[in-house]
Design a protein around this ligand. Structure first.
Ligand code: GDP
Ligand code: MG
Length: 313
């Protein structure tokens, strides 16, 4: 189907920013909407560093989600850029989906978010996520707390679970309602605006975060240095392998030691798990070679941040 066929009357399209504190489930929610793994998720905060656009095309609409890094108080240059990036996305979209956690009462971090969205001139939709973690009576109480917290704002509030999918259709309906009329902007089959190379690096970074927990997280960056086709001896396309060379950058020598692990065991584990993810992404065999490099203090160096793709303003 060509783009033109879908520019029919009544079609809606637009950009929706997902806003919320780190770890409220923004990335998980996006993945649930799209039904495939695009935005990386992990139990560790600040996973989503770059602004990733994820595209959901239906018969009636095309919703382009802009996943933003979680909003929090900045502590260093990287933190500042993350917050800038999130704030900037609010200014570029047609509506915002603001996510809070149903399993917590609104707190100080939530007040910071509320201040950002309070006077927005575009539609706001509220999701109370992690609905699966509360009982019905707890939820009733919680919803009341949030409605008081929003101080009479007439925003639609949808409870949902990005994990089980409950409430997610309702959220999509609410978003569709708020979207402006407009043509389809991306081809129907396109679900993500980042090249595969970016996703490969994200999958590797995710495995580093999952496997090393507190010891390494925020000082890690991954670059994909080379992608090559390794033809099979039989010269058939099905059996060929994609060779990928990637570098994991850390700030300290001690972190390099942790990442490599005893006899290389940690790096092997990270490699194996991210290789499986990349194989699913590109639908083919992958040979992955990982290097670990120490770049002291890369988070505070502007040139390094640009190299790893964290744009400044
Ligand atoms: P983000 O920082 O807002 O993008 O949060 P993530 O999507 O990375 O999710 C943070 C953590 O919360 C992950 O461990 C998710 O599995 C978990 N999570 C997200 N949504 C839900 C949910 O609806 N229910 C439960 N129980 N966990 C969730
Ligand atoms: Mg995220």
């Amino acid at each position: 189907m060509s783009l033109g066929d879908l520019n029919q009357e009544g079609f809606k399209s637009g950009f929706i920013a997902l806003i919320g504190r780190p770890n409220v489930g923004k990335s998980t929610l996006i993945n649930k909407f799209i039904g495939e793994k695009i935005a990386i998720t992990s139990p560790i905060a600040q996973t989503t560093r770059n602004r990733l656009k994820v595209i959901l095309t239906n018969k009636k609409s095309q919703i382009i989600f802009v996943d933003t890094p979680g909003i929090h108080k900045p502590h260093h240059l990287l933190g500042e850029r993350l917050v800038q990036s999130a704030k900037r996305s609010i200014g570029e979209v047609d509506a915002v989906l603001v996510i809070f956690e149903a399993n917590y009462s609104p707190g100080r971090g939530d007040a910071f978010i509320l201040n950002l969205i309070r006077n927005l001139q575009i539609p706001v939709i509220i999701a109370l996520n992690k609905y699966d973690l509360v009982t019905l009576s707890q939820f009733k109480e919680r919803k009341k707390e949030y409605l008081d917290f929003f101080e009479g704002k007439n925003w639609p509030v949808v409870c949902c679970s990005a994990l089980t999918g409950e409430g997610c259709d309702e959220l999509i309906n609410q978003i569709e309602e708020k979207l402006p009329f407009g043509p389809q902007l991306y081809p129907s089959h396109m679900t993500c605006d980042h090249p595969e190379k970016f996703l490969m690096a994200e999958f590797i970074r995710e495995q580093v975060l999952i496997n090393t927990r507190e010891e390494v997280p925020h000082s890690v960056a991954v670059s994909i240095d080379k992608i090559e086709d390794i033809p099979s001896k039989k010269r058939s396309k099905e059996n060929s392998t994609t060779g990928i060379l990637a570098t994991i950058c850390v700030e300290k020598k001690s972190q390099k030691g942790i990442l490599i692990g005893k006899g290389g065991s940690m790096l092997k584990k990270i490699g194996q798990e991210s290789r499986l993810q990349i194989q699913t992404l590109i639908n083919g065999n992958v040979y992955l070679e990982l290097f670990v490099k120490v770049v002291p203090d890369w988070r505070s160096k502007s040139s390094r941040l640009n190299e790893f793709g964290y744009e400044g303003s």
